[in-house]
Design a protein around this ligand. Structure first.
Ligand code: GLP
Length: 239
């Protein structure tokens, strides 16, 4: 695991966008896994500007988002589809047919999750998976537990995640209790992983990544077993 420390969030965001753009520019047809949350917003802003400046082209990029809340329509302003559309899709030349997010309102979630995994496989797998990290160590919505699930699956969110994400909603009661997420298997199969860690509330989980112990109680530690992970972290989150 390679770690690069930045003085602040702005610098981290520029470096994250440059990393993603450099990977896209290396390969004509690129499969890109993407996260939501507050952390990647700066990266998306920089990628949008780079796209407008002709420094990165999304015409042949296919995106696969990590996760989505269950029960929120795309038009809901807290759905991850809405977030992605606002922060990236509407700002760059991604083709609408190349955008993928698990559908959290599908009638048959079992079929939805299986189809999502099949599409990733059929497309040749993820070239790059960009990840944030929850304050409890979750990646996507793979929550701390005594076990982790490999494929895309539905999940009941922990109270700590509901509390952490309540800041985006009117109240904690409005945060959906369930979500659909790529599993740790999907993430580990990505050829390359870029993880972004920012803010003092990530210090404890970031520290655990330095300790070399892999435990489902901190799902991000699974990345210690992946051969090509780069962590971009700001000083506030670094120990
Ligand atoms: C959500 C997402 C995660 C993300 C996490 C951290 O829970 N499901 O993929 O990493 O938020 O968000 P933030 O960057 O706002 O701390």
């Amino acid at each position: 695991m390679k770690k690069v420390v930045f003085d602040n969030y702005e610098q981290l965001s520029v470096a994250a966008a440059e990393f993603v753009a450099a990977e896209i520019n290396k390969k004509p047809k690129f499969n890109l896994g993407l996260p939501t949350g507050g952390t990647p917003v700066g990266m998306y802003k920089n990628l949008s500007e780079m796209n407008k400046a002709g420094k990165v082209d999304f015409a042949d990029v296919t995106t696969f988002n990590l996760d989505e809340y269950l029960g929120l329509e795309r038009s809901h302003d807290q759905s991850y589809w809405y977030f992605m559309n606002k922060n990236l899709y509407s700002n760059v030349n991604l083709k609408p047919e190349n955008i993928n997010i698990p559908n959290g309102t599908a009638d048959d979630m079992d079929a939805e999750t299986k189809a999502y995994d099949k599409k990733i496989e059929d497309m040749g797998g993820l070239d790059l998976m960009v990840l944030g990290i929850g304050p409890n160590g979750h990646i996507g919505f793979n929550e701390p537990d005594s076990y982790l699930i490999a494929p895309t699956h539905t999940v009941t969110l922990t109270q700590s995640t509901i509390d952490a994400n309540a800041r985006f909603f009117d109240s904690a009661d409005d945060v959906p209790k369930m979500a659909v997420t790529m599993g740790v298997g999907n993430i580990m199969k990505a050829k390359k992983i870029l993880m972004l860690i920012s803010g003092a509330n990530k210090k404890a989980v970031a520290k655990a990544l330095n300790e070399g112990i892999v435990t489902p109680e901190n799902p991000a530690t699974m990345l210690l077993m992946h051969p090509d992970v780069t962590v971009l972290i700001d000083k506030d989150a670094d120990q």
